[in-house]
Design a protein around this ligand. Structure first.
Ligand SMILES: [Zn+2]
Length: 192
């Protein structure tokens, strides 16, 4: 019994000791990372910060600021915004990096918005210029009459059919016409 008790005590002591060393080592890495970040060595700083984030069971609030700011320097703006916001939430206006966190948050948000705007503009340019290759087919099913060649006109008493004004009853468009149609530039070949 006494043996097991002392064994347990030894094990607990060992674990605690292991944890203390581990924690101080992680804190050292965080400080080293901060130093490297201030020297402009952002990649190396990031490696150290990541090891702290991955291994520290309870994260010190400072790491959220460091990681957020360093992410900004590495142009990971969304990540930067998220972590800087965490820091501000954790520490409020009393955090020792509060001013700086607000400043970098603003920088990161500006850059993020710029990128988002460019991305959205690029999408609309791509859509405008999209050319359908018609999968190598010369003729495409007419999207107006769906290949029927006729369109239904709803009348007052009865529905009437009329020849599709785009495919002229054929039910197909050429690939060029198809592209025009998709861009909204295809005019009906016959008026009503
Ligand atoms: Zn048609």
């Amino acid at each position: 019994m006494r043996f097991f008790l002392s064994l347990t005590i030894i094990m607990i002591a060992y674990c605690l000791n292991g944890q203390i060393i581990r924690k101080s080592e992680l804190l050292r890495r965080m400080d080293k990372g901060a130093e490297l970040m201030l020297l402009g060595n952002y990649d190396s700083a990031q490696v150290l910060f990541q090891s702290v984030l991955q291994n520290m069971p309870k994260l010190p609030s400072d790491i959220t600021y460091y990681f957020g700011r360093n992410s900004y320097h590495l142009r990971k703006y969304k990540q930067s915004i998220n972590w800087l916001n965490k820091y501000i939430q954790l520490k409020g206006t009393k955090g020792r990096f509060y001013e700086s966190a607000i400043q970098y948050l603003q920088f990161a948000e500006d850059e993020y918005l710029k990128i988002e705007k460019t991305r959205i503009e690029q999408i609309s340019i791509d859509l405008e210029n999209a050319e359908y290759d018609c999968e190598g087919l010369e003729k495409m099913l007419c999207p107006v009459c769906h290949g029927a060649g006729v369109v239904i006109q709803t009348g007052l008493f009865e529905d009437t059919y009329k020849t599709c004004p785009y495919s002229l009853g054929e039910g197909y468009l050429s690939c060029t016409e198809y592209n025009l149609f998709m861009r909204g530039d295809l005019e009906p070949k016959v008026g009503n």
